[in-house]
Design a protein around this ligand. Structure first.
Ligand SMILES: [Zn+2]
Length: 177
C-alpha cells in the first residue's frame, strides 16, 4: 500500500488525542495502517470516544478493509461501555463503505488475499466485490426451533450515520446462516 502521507494526519491525531492513547506506542497501535480516505471518520471516532472521558484505545487499525478498534473503559461503567460500543460500531461500518483513497462512498473488494474499500473510480481492475459487506451489517440471532437464526438485521446508513433496519435478503444474506 502506498503510504505517501505516513507522517501527517495520523501523527497529529495521536498527539491531539494523547489521553485516548495513553500508555500506547503509535507503531504498536496499528494507526500507521489507516488510509487517508478514512481520516474524517477516524478523527470523528476519536473525538466521540474522547468525549466520554473514560475510554482508552489500544488498537486502531485497518483490518481487511474495515476499521478494527480495540478499546476499554478506564473504570467499569455500563452506560459508557454501551455508548462507546455504538460509536465504534458506527465507525467500523463507515470505514467499510468509505474509499481508502478519497473518502467517497465505497464497496469492499478483494484481489487475491488483499482487501480494500474503494469508490468506483478507485476500484482496481480485476478485483471482486465482497458481498455481503459484513462490517456494515448488524444481526440479532435467536434460537428458533432449536437452531440459531438471524431474526433481525440492521445495515449502516452512511447518510444518517446510524444503523437502520433492513431485510437480510436485500443485503444478500441467503437463508439464515
Ligand atoms: Zn475513491
Amino acid at each position: 500500500m502506498a503510504d505517501h502521507d505516513a507522517t501527517d494526519w495520523r501523527d497529529k491525531l495521536w498527539t491531539a488525542h494523547a489521553p485516548l492513547f495513553e500508555g500506547g506506542l503509535p507503531f504498536a497501535s496499528g494507526i500507521g495502517t489507516l488510509p487517508v480516505g478514512w481520516r474524517e471518520l477516524v478523527e470523528s471516532l476519536c473525538s466521540r470516544l474522547a468525549a466520554t472521558g473514560r475510554v482508552r484505545v489500544l488498537r486502531l487499525e485497518n483490518d481487511r478493509a474495515a476499521l478494527n478498534v480495540a478499546w476499554k473503559t478506564t473504570s467499569p461503567h455500563g452506560v459508557i461501555e454501551a455508548e462507546a460500543g455504538e460509536i465504534v460500531a458506527r465507525a467500523t461500518a463507515r470505514s467499510a463503505c468509505t474509499c481508502e483513497t478519497c473518502g467517497l462512498t465505497a464497496s469492499r473488494y478483494r484481489t487475491g488475499f488483499w482487501m480494500f474499500a474503494a469508490c468506483p473510480m478507485h476500484q482496481r481492475r480485476g478485483s471482486v466485490e465482497i458481498a455481503p459487506n459484513w462490517p456494515t451489517i448488524r444481526t440479532t440471532r435467536a434460537f428458533v426451533e432449536g437452531r440459531s437464526r438471524i431474526v433481525a438485521c440492521e445495515v449502516y446508513d452512511r447518510g444518517l450515520d446510524r444503523f437502520v433496519a433492513a431485510s437480510p435478503a436485500v443485503l444478500g444474506i441467503k437463508g439464515s446462516p
